[in-house]
Design a protein around this ligand. Structure first.
Ligand code: LIP
Length: 277
C-alpha cells in the first residue's frame, strides 16, 4: 500500500522536525543526564521525552503499527522485528554529543514492513539537515538528491567509524587495530561525527566513502540504511554478507569495492544481538 507508507513517511518528517526543536531548545537548559549500561552510555530526559512524543503521536495516527525505540527497549520493552509495520526510533542519536553540545545530533526514524525497510528519516537537527529516503524513490537532503561518491580507490577515500561505548580492553584493542590497519592502507583520513545515523548520511552524501561500526543498535542504523542504499551505496555485515539489522554491526559504503576492502581490515568482536532478550 504505497499511499499509506507515504503518509507514514510524511508524518515521520513532521515528527522529526518537532523533535529537533525540542532537542535544540533543551541545549539551552540544564540537561538531566543519566547512565545506562555504563558511565559512558548516556541518556537524558530529552531522549525519553522525544521518544514518548514520537510514539504517542504515531499510535494515534497508525494504531496498528509496532515500535522499537531505544529508550523503550532500555525500559524493558522487547526488541523484536516482526512482519507488522514497525517504526524503529532513535530519539537522540549522538546523545554524548548532545550532552556536550558537540553539534552532531540526529533524530532517526526507520520504518520496516515484512522486515524490509521502507523509508528512513534522519534529521541532523543542529545543522538543520533533513535526510529522507523511501525505497525505490531516491535519497534527499533538504529536498536535494543525494549520491554516494564514485571513488573506487581505497587510498583516495575517507572512512568513518566510532569508538563506541564499550571500554572492555580487548574490544578497545580490536577497535584500534582495525583503525590502524585502515589508516595505513593508507586512506586519506578516518573520521567520525559521534552519530551512526549522521555518519551514514555522510556516506550517502558522498563526503566519506564508507562507515563501519560494531556495537551500535538497530535504531542507530535503520533509517540511515535506507538513505545509503537509495543514494546508490551498499550495506554489509562487517564480516561480509548482507546487513542484519539486529546484529549490531554495519558497513555502509559507496560501492562493493570499497566495502570489501574495508571489511578485509576489520577485526570483528562479539556484540549481543538486539533481538536476544
Ligand atoms: C550512538 C551511536 C554511535 C556510537 C555510540 C552510540 P546513541 O548512539 O550513534 O555511532 O558510537 O556508542 O551508540 O546512543 O547516541 O543513540
Amino acid at each position: 500500500m504505497p499511499g499509506l507508507w507515504q503518509d507514514a513517511m510524511d508524518h515521520a518528517v513532521t515528527l522529526a522536525r518537532k523533535a529537533g526543536e525540542i532537542v535544540r531548545d533543551a541545549l539551552q537548559n540544564d540537561l538531566k543526564i543519566m547512565c545506562k549500561s555504563s558511565s559512558v552510555d548516556l541518556v537524558t530526559k530529552t531522549d525519553q521525552n522525544v521518544e514518548q512524543l514520537i510514539i504517542t503521536s504515531v499510535k494515534e495516527k497508525f494504531p496498528e503499527h509496532s515500535f522499537i525505540g531505544e529508550e523503550s527497549v532500555a525500559a524493558g520493552e522487547p526488541c523484536v522485528l516482526t512482519d507488522n509495520p514497525t517504526w524503529i526510533i532513535d530519539p537522540v542519536d549522538g546523545t554524548t554529543n548532545f550532552v556536550h553540545g558537540y553539534p552532531f545530533v540526529a533524530i532517526s526514524i526507520g520504518f520496516a514492513v515484512n522486515k524490509t525497510l521502507e523509508f528512513g528519516v534522519v534529521y541532523s537537527c543542529i545543522e538543520d539537515k533533513m535526510y529522507t529516503a523511501r525505497k525505490g524513490k531516491g535519497a534527499f537532503c533538504n529536498g536535494q538528491p543525494l549520491h554516494v561518491s564514485d571513488q573506487k580507490e581505497i587510498n583516495q577515500s575517507i572512512i568513518a567509524t566510532e569508538f563506541g561505548s564499550n571500554r572492555d580492553p580487548e574490544v578497545v584493542a580490536k577497535i584500534f587495530s582495525s583503525m590502524r590497519k585502515i589508516l595505513c592502507l593508507p586512506v586519506h583520513g578516518i573520521r567520525g561525527v559521534g552519530s551512526a545515523a549522521i555518519n551514514m548520511c555522510l556516506v550517502a552524501s558522498g563526503c566519506v566513502e564508507a562507515y563501519y561500526e560494531i556495537g551500535i543498535h538497530c535504531w542507530d542504523m535503520a533509517a540511515g540504511a535506507v538513505i545509503v542504499s537509495e543514494a546508490g551505496g551498499v550495506l554489509k555485515d562487517v564480516e561480509g554478507g548482507p546487513l542484519d539489522l539486529m546484529s549490531r554491526r554495519v558497513v555502509a559504503a559507496n560501492n562493493e569495492i570499497i566495502a570489501e576492502r574495508v571489511i578485509k581490515e576489520i577485526e570483528a568482536f562479539p556484540a549481543v544481538r538486539d533481538d536476544v532478550p
